[in-house]
Design a protein around this ligand. Structure first.
Ligand code: HEC
Ligand code: HEC
Length: 271
């Protein structure tokens, strides 16, 4: 009994110092916060899949997402080539943070939202029905995003050095660690803590976004990272954010920072 309570007191005082440290040294302050996986430990989602799916993803003749890449290429050549002579590298600039000129607030620009900005303000092609942004998860938007991500395969996303100082990164990080939903999980509880283990029939990966847009067998179509993230909120039995909720682009940004150095492998094949 006595030993037990002594131990409890010790645990309590250790906990106190840990908490004290956490409170007085918030990770997002002066020193730069560390990533859960060192660069040489980063593993893409593909490496957690069964061999036959990895092979199918790697073979462009077998990867169903290549159909979207092909139609994206055609749209790009019709509408975008006038300004962007080279598709390679365009996707590496995103996601990034910008300050909205009217509201003076931060906004995260994703690959999909940048495509829509260019489409609705810049594309002049006759008959392209320009000035109307594409709907999220629509065929042309997924196709252009797949083509651009494909064109940057093997390259890494460029993340601004001061990204951890942005409100968007900080909000997303808080969300990543927040315990939520009926199952009391956080994103970190699965993707930082138990990557490599199985939940039901699925192997948990490190949770990187570099394979998206991806063809998911469960969806029977290509989907965006935004959609994949909403599926994880659903799986946690937590409140699922609307597709337009700014927390989703912020999470995309956080994930890109967390995966810094991991090459783009989109469009991936996933279960
Ligand atoms: C209960 C465990 C669990 C939780 C909690 C969870 N996920 Fe997932 N997540 C999965 C599983 C299972 C998959 C599909 C297999 C894989 O890639 O891990 C997945 C896939 C992903 C992927 C795609 C990885 C790829 O390469 O295809 C991303 C990105 C992701 N999750 C991010 C998140 C984020 C952000 C949160 C918090 C909002 C979250 N996850 C919460 C289990 C979880
Ligand atoms: C009239 C010229 C013009 C056209 C047409 C155009 N863009 Fe852009 N695009 C730009 C400029 C300028 C930028 C630089 C960033 C900004 O100001 O938004 C840019 C940036 C981008 C980026 C981010 C890469 C970077 O360097 O910042 C992507 C991705 C992109 N455009 C995709 C497209 C797609 C897809 C189309 C066709 C649907 C398209 N653009 C059509 C001018 C154009």
């Amino acid at each position: 009994m006595l030993a037990h309570s002594v131990r409890n007191t010790r645990v309590a005082s250790v906990l106190f110092y840990v908490l004290f440290y956490v409170v007085t040294c918030p990770p997002s302050s002066a020193q730069s916060p560390s990533r859960p996986y060192a660069t040489d430990q980063l593993r893409s989602g593909a490496s957690f899949m069964a061999q036959h799916l990895q092979k199918q993803q790697a073979d462009d003749d077998q990867n169903p997402a290549m159909l979207w890449v092909d139609s994206g290429r055609a749209l790009f050549e019709r509408d975008c080539k006038t300004c962007h002579t080279e598709a390679r590298g365009l996707a590496t600039k995103l996601p990034r943070v910008t300050i909205d000129s009217t509201t003076k607030k931060e906004r995260v620009i994703t690959l999909e939202s940048q495509i829509n900005t260019c489409r609705s303000t810049r594309v002049k092609t006759q008959g392209a029905n320009a000035s109307t942004p594409y709907a999220l998860e629509s065929e042309p938007l997924l196709s252009l995003a797949s083509y651009l991500a494909f064109s940057s395969r093997g390259m890494t996303q460029e993340i601004a050095a001061n990204i951890t100082q942005t409100v968007s990164w900080q909000r997303a990080r808080a969300m990543f660690f927040a315990v939520q939903g009926k199952l009391d999980f956080s994103c970190a509880a699965c993707h930082d803590k138990i990557a490599g283990k199985r939940v039901r029939t699925q192997a948990i990966s490190q949770g990187h976004g570099v394979g998206f847009p991806a063809y998911r067998i469960e969806w029977q179509t290509v989907g965006s990272l935004n959609r994949r993230l909403r599926a994880c909120f659903f799986g946690m039995e937590a409140d699922v954010p609307a597709a337009s909720d700014p927390i989703l682009p912020a999470l995309e940004l956080y994930l890109a920072w967390r995966a810094s150095g991991l090459p783009i492998e989109a469009p991936a094949l996933r279960r």
